[in-house]
Write a protein that binds this ligand. Structure first.
Ligand code: HEM
Length: 148
């Protein structure tokens, strides 16, 4: 691994997203949006975190997570997605509030369509780990095919 020269160390998708600097720049914008997202802040645990904790550490964690998830070097030191979110009681609605902010940020920084879709697919693949089991089960049950 060529770390700390992150621009050379990034993996394929991370490189196509623009490398470490571009990912960090996108997260800078995204996290500021999320902290100000009034709908996301309807979740009291999320609002409390936003009120009590600064942006810098969270930006670092989300940047490292994104680098690692897109094929870059193993550099994420945070909790897994289930552990990180379980005390927040994130609902399907909460998740659907955050997802458009992610998409809007990718568009704003000019991520091309293919990479935009790949990153969106990665985010979506974590939905069941982030959303509280109760609400995920409810939605899954509601959309399950009816058997005779
Ligand atoms: C796939 C989607 C998501 C990803 C990739 C993600 C990513 C992360 C990461 C990397 C952390 C840091 C973990 C740590 O501290 O060790 C975190 C924590 C957190 N996330 Fe998410 N997140 C997602 C969805 C959401 C949603 C939908 C919400 C709320 C609406 C949310 C709110 C939070 C909050 C408030 C924390 C801080 C928890 C704490 O330290 O007490 N996240 N997330």
């Amino acid at each position: 691994m060529l770390w700390p020269d992150g621009e050379r160390a990034v993996g394929q998708v991370a490189a196509r997203l623009g490398g470490v600097s571009a990912i960090a720049g996108a997260v800078e914008i995204l996290v500021d949006r999320l902290y100000d997202n009034a709908t996301a802040n309807r979740n009291a645990a999320v609002a409390a975190f936003h009120a009590e904790r600064g942006h810098a550490g969270f930006k670092f964690l989300v940047t490292a997570w994104s680098i690692e998830q897109t094929g870059g070097p193993k550099c994420y030191p945070g909790r897994d997605m289930t552990a990180a979110h379980e005390r927040l009681h994130v609902t399907e609605d909460d998740f659907d509030t955050v997802a458009p902010d992610i998409a809007a940020t990718l568009s704003y920084v000019g991520v091309p369509a293919a990479e935009h879709q790949e990153f969106t697919d990665i985010i979506e693949s974590y939905r069941t780990m982030v959303v509280e089991t109760g609400t995920a089960v409810t939605v899954a049950a509601a959309s399950a095919p009816v058997r005779a």
